[in-house]
Design a protein around this ligand. Sequence first.
Ligand SMILES: Cc1cc2nc3c(=O)[nH]c(=O)nc-3n(C[C@H](O)[C@H](O)[C@H](O)COP(=O)(O)O)c2cc1C
Length: 380
Amino acid sequence: MTRLVLTTAGESHGKSVSAILSGVVAGLAVEPDAINVQLLRRQGGYGRGGRMKIEKDRVLIESGVRRGLTLGSPLLLRVLNKDHRIDEAPAVTRPRPGHADLAGMMKFITRDAREILERSSARETVVRVAAGAVAALLLEEFGIQVRGFVRSLGPVHAADIPEAVEELVRQRDASPFYCPDPAATDAMKQAVDQARAAGDTVGGVMEVRAFGVPPGLGTNATLDGRLDSRLAGALMSIPAMKAVEIGLGLAAASLPGSQVHDPIRKGTGGRPRRERNHAGGIEGGMTNGEPVVVRVAMKPISTLLKGLGSLDVATGEETTAAVERSDITAVPAASVVGEAMVALVLADALLEKTGGDTVTEVRRNLEGHLLAVNRLFENG
Ligand SMILES: Cc1cc2nc3c(=O)[nH]c(=O)nc-3n(C[C@H](O)[C@H](O)[C@H](O)COP(=O)(O)O)c2cc1C
């Protein structure tokens, strides 16, 4: 990110998890409750484990805000851990395949994987969601709405996703899987119950759509300025994410160009209109005015109740992997984290486009840009 900088700190069973978010412009209204609703969503979803029943996440905004408005200085966002027994927690000597345990033991030269897993635990994502909620508040000032949902869970795929954002959100919020397709929701519940009974876990795909995104965010000019690359990097930084698709994604590779690219038509006021959005709102690394659409594949949780084969590094014997308190699936929660990461990347790209130190300046500069875009098509 170029304008926004996010740093997180905190271990799974440490005292707290914190984020410092710098680069947020002054004059943005930020109330804890606007962040807390997102923290609650991250804690929920069918298939979560015992930890989420213990924690009652509430954000502490410890800097960067005065009387409910941002000051333009870094925000320190903190969430306290109820379970903070990091010093008493037992050593983990049987690394879990698929988790960071074994690779981390070899990197940091330790026989205790707890020294690794405390940080690689997705508990850290709680403050990504807090920071993402601040970014979303900024975006919403300019009519940009970012909404994440679950597209598939294990073998179950959602079929019908409403086009309109209001309907999408209504159906998503009615589903314990954050999936806007009610029929798929029922089948997902069965898939998780079966996995739980078998001591197994389930992965899936989340989708994030951003509506009302102005054209011209990101750039074709530099390698790391391309918005698709920035989105992919941010989304792949979430633990357990194994692939990112923009728009049609992988499917585009096996179709002819005529079925992939979105023809340009003349719309209202001579402005361009697209009949479909296979590009996922991004062409040449820049937004094209269509909704931004990304999908992310999450692998199944690597802590299995039935325990996969492992090596006990304390005894040198083959054994089964350690079992930490764990989720059966966390794709619904991951969709909230994905939404936060997309909001952060889009807010960063918006501020990069507009410059400015205050919300008022961002508004003025964005309006100027949109006016110039409209003028392009006035005589067409
Ligand atoms: C919201 C969320 C919740 C997660 N919950 C768990 C969990 O309960 N147990 C677990 O073993 N892994 C969980 N993970 C995944 C691990 O954090 C992840 O697999 C691990 O850090 C290794 O990173 P990698 O999968 O990217 O290689 C969760 C991930 C996310 C995004």
